[in-house]
Design a protein. Structure first.
Length: 176
């Protein structure tokens, strides 16, 4: 799978998903790089590569559902679902005040074994929130996978919650 990881890094570089310079992040913090995962999750080549890698990592894990928090992880969860033929779930940031008012879209059954996918993590707080929502609704999150980890605490923060976060790529994998 090492070649697939290298292929993914090259695709992300080629499509300029990671840019180096001076950027202000949504948190207001300044950073020497910016990870534009929207460029990645809208590209079929990149989605396919991600789906192949993640699907190969869960083949022996008895996973019942692939879940992705809205918005960035939904295309990734969809691609992994198609590749692995495992049904998917979407986790909203908040319940809607109309329709079915569901926080989780898709069929979540009590005891389902779930892999949660995410596009990019910094501290992991939004991923922790999605995992808690799945578990509070009867799911059992077996692992979490992120495409790019910014190496700013997400792995440790999820570990403190009892969840192993497996990054496909760390920002440190890019030669700055």
């Amino acid at each position: 799978m090492k070649n697939k990881k290298n292929e993914l890094i090259e695709l992300l570089k080629e499509k300029e998903v990671v840019k180096f310079g001076k950027f202000i992040l949504s948190s207001g913090k300044e950073s020497d790089y910016y990870v534009n995962m929207k460029m990645a999750i809208t590209n079929p080549q990149i989605l396919k590569a991600i789906a192949i890698i993640v699907s190969s990592q869960i083949i022996d894990d008895n996973i019942n559902k692939v879940a992705g928090p809205a918005l960035g992880a939904v295309p990734i969860a969809t691609a992994v679902s198609l590749e692995s033929e495992i049904p998917m779930l979407m986790v909203r940031k908040a319940k809607k005040g109309y329709g079915t008012s569901q926080l989780i879209e898709g069929e979540l059954k009590e005891g389902d074994s779930i892999i949660v996918v995410e596009d990019v993590t910094t501290t992991g707080n939004s991923l922790i929130k999605a995992i808690k929502a799945l578990e509070e609704n009867g799911g059992k999150v077996k692992k979490a996978v992120v495409v790019v980890d910014r190496a700013e605490g997400a792995i440790e923060n999820l570990k403190n919650e009892g969840i192993v976060l497996e990054p496909l790529i760390s920002i440190n994998d890019f030669n700055k």
